[in-house]
Structures are given as C-alpha cells and as structure tokens.
Design a binder for this molecule. Structure first.
Ligand code: FAD
Ligand code: ZN
Length: 477
C-alpha cells in the first residue's frame, strides 16, 4: 500500500496526501452518524491530477470516495471502516474558469463553495439561484453529486436543472470533456444527467457549466399562520396562480418545529410566537418580481387577501425590509440546528405529490402517535416541491439514545411504508448514500434496480468508485 501512497504523493505533492494525524473532518459525516478510516486523504489541484490519481488507484484496486464539503446527510462522502479507501477531496479545485454573460452561464471547478458562486454571480449583477443552509461549506461538485434541492427549487429546479455541462474523470482515469454551454443538445444518451445525482459512484465531477439568471428587481417575503396542512396546499395553489414565475420559495413549518427554534434560539423574533393557541402550521413565501417592489407588494397583497377570504391563512406578516426578510428566512433555516440542540433525532427526507400531503400527514401523525406514545414530530420542508423533512424526536422524558436504539427501525418502517402507500419517495433531495442502501433495495422496482446495476457495471466494472453507496456492492447483497 505504501507504494501506492508514494505514487500519489508524486502526483499531487507530498503535502496533499494526508495520511497521519487527525483526519476526522474527512472521516466523519456531518451528522456524526458514521466514522470511517481512510487509507489517505488525497487533494488534487486539477483535472489531470484527479485522472492520474484514479489511474493509480484503479491499478492498485483501491477504492475512492469523492468528497466536497462533507455536508451530505446520507453518509455518502466518508470512507468505510476498513482503512483501505482513498478520500479524494476536491476542495483545492476551486477556480472559476469562465463567465459567459451573453450565454447566462459560468464554468466552475467542482470544489467551489456554493456561497462563493452565489456571491460571484451577484457581483456580476446576475443570480445563481441554488440555495441551501449548508451553502457556506458545501461545494458545487457535491451539489451535483447529490442533485441537491434547497429552497429555490419551486422556481429554478434542482441542481440538475441548473447544469448545462460537466467535465468528469471516469473510473478508468479518462477525462470526459462535456463542458458545453448548450441549452439544447440531443446527441445520444444523456451522460450529464446520469452523472448528476450519482453520488460519486459513476465518475468524479471536476468542473461544471451552470446556468445564471437575471436578478429579480425585487424580493418580498411573507410569513403566514395556517389552520391545517390542507390550507398550506391550498395556499400553494393560490401562490402559483397569483405570483406565477414570481413564486421562488414556499416553505412549511409545523408548530413543534417552530417551538424548538423559539426554545433554543430565544434571540430570534418569531412572528405570532406569543399567542396563546399557536396555529398548527406556518408558511414562508417568497415572491421575486422582475418589475418593481411596488408591483411585487401589490401582487402579494392580492394573494393574501384572497387567502384570508378563503380561510386558508389566519394571520400573516410581510417583511418591510431586506433585513426583515433575512430574519424570517433565518427562522426557517434554524430548524435543523434547533432540532439538534433538542437532542438526537430520526430524519426523513420524503416527497409526495403536494395534493396528497394533507392526507399523508394526517395518516402518519396518527399512526406514529398510536404506535409510539409521546413521540414528537418535527415536520417542516419545501412544500412547494412536495418535499417534507418529516423528522421524529424522542419523547420528552427518556433518553434519546435509547429511543434511537430501540425505535429507529420501527419509526423508519412506519414512515417509509406510509410514504410508499402514498406513492412518494423515501429520498427527495439528500440521496441514498450508504445510509439508505437497504431502502433503495426495498422500495425501488426490481427492473429499475437491475438497470442501475447494469449502468454501474458498465461504467465502473472494478467497483472502485464509492462502493457501497447507493447500491449494495453485489446485486444480491
Ligand atoms: P459531500 O457531502 O462532500 O458529498 C456528497 C456526495 O456527493 C457524496 O456521495 C460524494 O461522494 C459525492 N461527491 C462530492 N463531490 C463530488 C464530485 N466532485 N464528483 C462526484 N461526486 C461527488 N441538501 C439539499 O438537497 N437541500 C437542502 O436544503 C439541504 N440543506 C442542508 C442543510 C444543512 C445544515 C446540511 C448540513 C446539509 C444540507 N443538505 C441539503 C445536504 C448537503 O448540503 C447537500 O447534499 C450538498 O449538496 C452536499 O455538498 P458537499 O460538497 O458537502 O458534498
Ligand atoms: Zn431540505
């Protein structure tokens, strides 16, 4: 093995093959659900170095775990415990290769931090709309690897919809130069879309050409209290009708999710917090307008007037300034952290057709309350995309560790069976990783699974790219 490390040192420079010392930042996942052991962490500086590293690893039969910001939530970016895998960290590859204003696109390397790309676009007077709470540390390579969603999908789509072209290093260490800025290109199988969302199992993304958009002239944010989930879906329909393409955000928050923010972040000012009987659901809406703030406000007011008339909104505030809008978004984005403060919990990232979400929530809430008395539901998410983070917190009394050990399988079983019964997905935006391999095996159709194994076998016959992520290593395993 040390012969391999010697060759890798030669390719990327000795200081970029981390072998000894504290590698926990690369070996442990963000949620601390898994801690592995890497043979080494290798940090190439460019595409040629990535290709050379892959060729050496392929020759040695050593598997590779691609890693960006290591913020993934499905345990896909950390090595297993064997001490035989290379973590290939792309974070040194953070150059912006080109900005093409006329084509509304830019070409960036995989290790660019998402927030830096948003800021770069902003400086150019343009918008790069991909937005998620991990944006300060996740990378565009990881966003593409997981096909990340986030808070602007309702208008701009997932990372997949934002990508025009890719540069990829294959499992054989060849470079696929697919960095096109084309919006139309029907030339055979869509390799770009095959790579996106493949979580590092089919190729290593080294650069991407991504879409840019004109910046909206004005953005307004509202925070509304609602009597039930059916009203939230009704409000979504009205928002589409009244705002059209201006609807750029539609997030739902359950009462308990919000109460955790109030409890653990007392410095945040949460609308309607002091009310004696808190309504069960809240919605954060964002309206981006291409004309003016005045126009945006008029359209928002017309929407809210209609929603009040219909009874689907009980109360609402519209942010008066950008900083107020930012504060409202901050409340929504604080939920995962508030939940972590409350203690260990079980996360679900599910999607269901919006029309069926009220019935699903009613069914699943009642089921969990009956089967696990005292269980607390932290329900929030991107309702505009039919995506809920339907999370489960241990009962107030009792040890969350014991709860997880004894009840996690049952909780997952109840939730995922209900999701399947409602025609939904057990992974909306976080991917499968190593965490949900058994769920894919269970809930994906045998025909789809066999096509997936065939693709993996064709592109990575040695099985060196992120083995055990998405698919079990062998079809029957
Ligand atoms: P990593 O975690 O390093 O890797 C993720 C996966 O992609 C792994 O399988 C890895 O092998 C693969 N990968 C990484 N780089 C490459 C590459 N260059 N080529 C090929 N494969 C690669 N996700 C959402 O979708 N929506 C959200 O709203 C959201 N909110 C989040 C909020 C918080 C607080 C946190 C911690 C996470 C959140 N996530 C969300 C999950 C996570 O941020 C995303 O999955 C993100 O896209 C991962 O990027 P990363 O650079 O950290 O990738
Ligand atoms: Zn999310």
């Amino acid at each position: 093995m040390s012969a391999l490390l010697e060759r890798l040192r030669h390719i990327v420079g000795p200081q970029h093959v981390l072998h000894e010392g504290d590698l926990i930042a690369y070996e442990q996942d963000w949620r601390r659900r898994a801690r592995g052991k890497a043979l080494a962490v290798v940090r190439p500086a460019n595409t040629e170095e990535v290709a050379a590293v892959v060729r050496e690893c392929a020759a040695a039969g050593t598997s590779i775990v691609p890693q960006g910001g290591n913020t993934g939530l499905s345990v896909g970016s950390t090595p297993d415990a064997s001490g035989t895998q290379i973590v290939l960290s792309l974070t040194r590859m953070n150059a912006v290769r080109q900005i093409d204003r006329d084509n509304l696109s830019f070409t960036v390397e995989a290790g660019c931090i998402l927030q830096n790309l948003q800021e770069l676009a902003d400086k150019e007077g343009l918008l790069f709309p991909l937005s998620l709470a991990a944006e300060g540390s996740c990378t565009i390579g990881g966003n593409l690897g997981t096909n990340a969603g986030g808070t602007q999908v309702v208008r701009y789509g997932n990372t997949r919809e934002l990508c025009l072209g890719l540069e990829v290093v294959t499992a054989q260490g060849e470079i696929w130069h697919g960095l096109k800025g084309l919006r139309k290109d029907n030339t055979g199988y869509d390799l770009r879309n095959l790579m996106i969302g493949s979580e590092g199992t089919l190729g290593i993304i080294t650069a991407a050409t991504m879409k840019l958009f004109p910046k909206p002239a004005a953005q307004l944010t509202a925070f509304a209290a609602l009597p039930d989930m059916a009203s939230a879906v009704r409000l979504l329909g009205l928002a589409h009708e009244f705002l059209g393409a201006g609807l750029t955000g539609f997030e739902v928050m359950g009462r308990f999710a919000l109460s955790l923010v109030i409890k653990h972040m007392p410095q945040l000012r949460v609308p309607f917090a002091g009310e004696a009987e808190a309504p069960p659901y809240y919605v954060l809406l964002e309206n981006s307008d291409s004309e003016s703030e005045e126009h945006a406000r008029q359209r928002f007011e017309a929407l809210l007037e209609r929603a009040f008339g219909d009874g689907c909104v009980l109360d609402a505030v519209v942010a008066e300034s950008l900083s107020q809008a930012h504060d409202l978004w901050h409340i929504r984005e604080s939920i995962p952290l508030a939940q972590a403060e409350e203690g260990l919990n079980i996360k679900h990232d599910i999607s269901i057709a919006a029309s069926r979400i009220p019935a699903f929530v009613e069914h699943a809430d009642a089921l969990l309350a009956r089967e696990i008395p005292g269980v607390r539901l932290v329900n929030f998410g991107h309702l505009g995309d039919g995506n809920l983070h339907y999370n489960v917190q241990a009962p107030e009394q009792g040890d969350p560790k014991v709860f997880l050990r004894e009840q996690e399988d049952l909780v997952n079983h109840l939730v995922y069976e209900a999701v399947a019964a409602f025609g939904g997905s057990f992974s909306a935006e976080h991917g499968v990783g190593a965490l949900k391999v058994d769920k894919l095996q269970k809930y994906q159709s045998p025909v789809a699974l066999s096509m997936m194994h065939a693709i993996k076998q064709a592109l990575d016959p040695q099985g060196i790219l992120n083995p055990g992520c998405i698919l079990a290593s062998t079809p029957s395993a």
